[in-house]
Ligand binder design. Structure first.
Ligand code: HEM
Length: 156
């Protein structure tokens, strides 16, 4: 049974990692598309693929708790596990609070830019959203790499 939970855990991790790995590819294509309708198509696809992350996170959480139960671990019994749970909470809160409104705002702006000739202001706002998205993706990727390292090396 613990192996089954571990298998689900890894499946959830793969779902989450997929969204992290494809992010720079979509970001690059959204940003370099000169036709805003093309940028919008990439953006919509990116949002749909991004849906893997909340489902992956739910599977990770459920299977992680089941793993803890079967291994007899409490929240504070292993340092690496405590750190992992805290970082996972930060990851989920960031993912739930920062990304959806940012993606929505950028998509609305791209829709406006696709319909009418865009002003310098619109370009400046788009550049600001792109910068915010880059920072967000860097932070989330770094957190995931730290969690993965804690899981594999179990340093404390
Ligand atoms: C992004 C989040 C997470 C990632 C990338 C991740 C990754 C992993 C990996 C790769 C393993 C396999 C390690 C091994 O077999 O040596 C593992 C095991 C485990 N994870 Fe996670 N995990 C995450 C979140 C969580 C959470 C939130 C919990 C608890 C609620 C949790 C609890 C566990 C437990 C108990 C094990 C089994 C450890 C063992 O066999 O000694 N994980 N995790």
């Amino acid at each position: 049974m613990p192996h089954l939970y571990l298998l689900f855990h890894i499946l959830g991790v793969c779902m989450l990692l997929t969204t992290i790995i494809v992010s720079p590819i979509f970001e690059r294509n959204i940003r370099k598309a000169s036709d805003k309708n093309v940028a919008l198509t990439y953006h919509r696809l990116f949002r749909q693929i991004g849906l893997l992350s909340p489902f992956g996170s739910l599977i990770i959480l459920g299977s992680g708790i089941a793993n803890m139960y079967y291994l007899g671990f409490g929240v504070f019994s292993q340092g690496w596990l405590t750190a992992k749970i805290i970082l996972f909470a930060v990851l989920v809160v960031n993912g739930g609070m920062i990304n959806p409104p940012l993606m929505r705002k950028r998509m609305n702006l791209l829709e406006q830019m696709a319909e009418a000739d865009s002003s310098g202001d619109a370009h400046a706002t788009l550049a600001r959203y792109n910068r915010q998205q880059s920072i967000y993706l860097l932070v989330q990727s770094a957190i995931v790499v730290v969690i993965l390292s804690l899981s594999v090396f179990k340093p404390v």
